[in-house]
Design a protein around this ligand. Structure first.
Ligand code: TSJ
Length: 667
């Protein structure tokens, strides 16, 4: 019968019919005489839509789409195996890049389908099923999980032949570009059952190439053999008669074999002899995982839903990862391998060196995302989570040496990650310290020539306020220190660098610190520490000197650091005011000025008004400053160690001798 291929009106999606293959009660045993009616026309119209927009149905018309044709056919045989009726599948590439897929299942039913008045096998290969991987709504085919793409393959094949062995006969039908060219006929007798499909991809559709790549098909077939334990799938390349290539895959171990294969093919050394392998079945849902750790630092988790790779993961992977992390942490806490002070292991920690395959099966799989590579069914997360948590916990209890080995690896990972994080943070802070930003607490001077300028580092806001008002703003910058002092002694450089009190100092100086210190970037050639003449003042001086000594030594070596000398006393009589910087000086003034003097003792810089501070301590014409040399700083460093050290006694000594210390600064 001639069926016109052209001038067929295009149909909308709504016109596509979904066909459910019904169980046949009475099997056919004669050739079928076809009756073509309106529904046959619709069938052809549907397939014409596929040929018009093939990308919609197979993703692409390039090599990917070409290989996809084979997968679509192969999936039908795999479904038959999943249903429990098929044990062997053969895939062949014949000369001219003709593909044959053959299975030993029940054979596609050949009895007449009520609705169409056609044999079920004809319907399967000519009626476009709604949905599918690349279009529209979800799909369901009784018993099977796929089985919707065979008519698409038919439509995109130059020709396709199906041979069904069933009821003692071999039935055959041929199609060209989706259209029936021979009725379903009995061509012979057999005692076996099964289905064979032979097809040639249409070069009118696959304009780029119709040549198959052996390795591509091999990868897919091997993967499917791993995913379906015990199923035997062979691949034979007969394109070159002189050189026939064949691979036969059958893995009794299923996913266990899969993870072993992955590790072996990457030359990875496993941390245990046999993979962990867990599974659960609950109603129409099943989940299975295999895990094998290796000594590398990589994570390799592959997941599948209904034997379809979920490249973007989804709910099954989420459940798996969550359970894994919980098991490791619970185990670590239970046996105190993780101490109370230790942080929990992260997901990345427990997945370092893992090779795992997760496979779930469910009747109503929802594939999400742009490329439909992500499983969306939410009830799969708790199913996998609970199963993996329970079974892996038990495994840890029953295999303590394996558990220890992989737990320790995760612990190492955690430590390494923490160290890396610190190093990164350090680098980040370092670059922040070398940047051009200036601290907010800096009241900078207007002259930008370092040779002319001075930086006053002042402890406390009130002293800072006075200094800011009293200064010569052209040449004198003021940095008020605030915040908690850091114990430099007990800190590694990373902490020192981040200290809130010291960062502004480094930023104001502009030099960076440690290995990155660069004296040529120094923004002020006089760095003046201005602190109170009391214990706290001594403390801050000691700290800053120690800091400079340890992390910015050239600053001291080259004589850029000074200590301001505020007066200790103010002696007044009438309109005369004198400042004394020591007890001796005070006594000298008292003697000189005679009776009626009043003596004010300055306990802190904050007690002086801006003008007094300028006159006594900051005015370059009148002030005295001490230039710090290396041995002063070294001494400060030593003092500092005592001050900050763990031993209480030396610290008490320091505080007791403090009055002396303050004077000792008259270096
Ligand atoms: F669809 C196809 F043509 F692409 C194709 C289907 C290609 C190949 C190579 C194999 C198959 C296929 C289909 N193998 N086995 C089956 N099984 C059925 O279609 C089948 C058989 C019996 C029953 C039943 O309920 O009795 C149900 C089904 C779905």
């Amino acid at each position: 019968m001639d069926i016109p291929e052209n001038n067929i009106p295009e149909l909308k999606d709504a016109d596509f019919q979904e066909t459910v293959i019904t169980d046949s009660e009475e099997k056919m045993n004669t050739a079928v005489t076809e009756v073509y009616d309106a529904s046959q026309i619709q069938v052809l119209e549907g397939l014409e839509a596929v040929r018009k927009r093939p990308g919609m149905y197979i993703g692409s018309t390039g090599p990917r789409g070409l290989h996809h044709l084979v997968y679509e056919i192969l999936d039908n045989s795999i479904d038959e195996a999943l249903a429990g009726y098929c044990t062997h599948i053969e895939v062949e590439i014949l000369p001219g890049d003709v593909i044959t897929v053959r299975d030993n299942g029940r054979g596609i039913p050949t009895d007449i389908n009520e609705k169409q008045g056609l044999p079920a096998v004809t319907v399967v290969l000519t009626v476009l099923h709604a949905g599918g991987k690349f279009g529209g709504s979800g799909y369901k085919v009784s018993g099977g999980l796929h089985g919707v793409g065979s008519s698409v393959v038919n439509a995109l094949s130059e020709w396709l032949e199906v041979e069904v062995s069933q009821n003692g006969h071999i039935y055959k039908q041929r199609f060209e570009r989706g259209a029936i060219v021979t009725d379903l006929e009995i061509i012979g007798d057999t005692t076996e059952t099964g289905t064979l499909v032979r097809f040639k991809a249409d070069p009118e559709i696959f304009t780029e190439t119709t040549v198959y790549e052996y390795e591509t098909l091999q990868r897919r077939i091997r993967e499917q053999a791993f995913l379906n334990a015990g199923l035997r799938i062979s691949l034979t390349d007969r394109r070159d008669e002189e050189n026939i290539i064949e691979d036969v895959y059958c893995f009794e171990g299923g996913l266990s074999s899969f993870v072993q294969y992955i590790n072996e093919s990457r030359a990875l050394t496993p941390l245990h002899d046999t993979p962990m392998h867990f599974s659960v079945v609950k109603g129409d849902r099943s989940a299975e995982v295999a895990i094998m750790y290796n000594d590398s630092y990589n994570e390799n988790i592959q997941s599948f839903a209904n034997n379809v790779r979920t490249i973007d993961g989804g709910t099954h992977e989420t459940g798996f990862k969550n359970a894994l992390t919980r098991v490791f942490n619970d185990y670590g806490r239970k046996y105190n391998f993780l101490k109370d002070a230790d942080k929990n292991l992260s997901g990345d920690d427990v997945r370092e060196g893992i090779t795992a395959v997760i496979s779930v099966k469910l009747t109503d799989a929802e594939f999400e995302g742009q490329t439909k590579g992500k499983l969306g069914n939410t009830d799969i997360t708790p199913l996998v989570n609970q199963m993996v948590y329970e079974k892996l916990s038990t495994y840890f209890e029953e295999n303590p040496s394996v558990a220890r080995a992989i737990f320790n690896k995760a612990l190492d990972a955690s430590r390494a990650r923490e160290a890396a994080r610190k190093a990164k943070e350090l680098a980040r802070r370092k670059s922040a310290l070398e940047g051009n930003s200036l601290p907010g607490k800096l009241a900078d001077c207007t002259d930008k020539n370092p040779e002319n300028t001075e930086l006053y580092i002042v402890e406390g806001d009130s002293a800072g306020g006075s200094a800011k008002e009293g200064r010569d703003r052209r040449t004198q910058a003021i940095l008020a220190l605030w915040g908690k002092m850091l114990n430099v002694e007990k800190s590694r450089i990373d902490k020192v660098i981040g200290n809130e009190k010291l960062v502004p100092v480094v930023l104001a100086l502009g030099t960076g610190i440690g290995e990155d210190f660069d004296i040529t970037k120094l923004r002020y050639h006089k760095v003046v520490i201005m602190a109170d003449a009391d214990v706290d003042g001594a403390h801050i001086r000691t700290l800053l000197l120690t800091f400079f000594f340890r992390y910015m030594r050239p600053l001291i070596e080259q004589g850029f650091v000074y200590i301001a000398q505020p007066p200790l006393f103010k002696i007044s009589k009438g309109k005369r005011h004198e400042y004394a910087y020591s007890d001796e000086e005070r006594d000298k003034f008292l003697e000189e000025m005679g009776q009626g003097c009043s003596v004010q003792r300055y306990k802190g810089l904050g007690e002086m008004d801006p003008e007094q501070l300028w006159e006594t301590t900051m005015d370059p014409e009148r002030r005295t400053m001490l230039r710090v040399n290396l041995s002063d700083a070294e001494e400060a460093d030593e003092t500092f160690s005592i001050l900050m050290g763990d031993k209480v006694e030396p610290r008490k000594d320091f505080i007791e001798k403090n009055a002396k210390f303050v004077q000792n600064l008259d270096i």
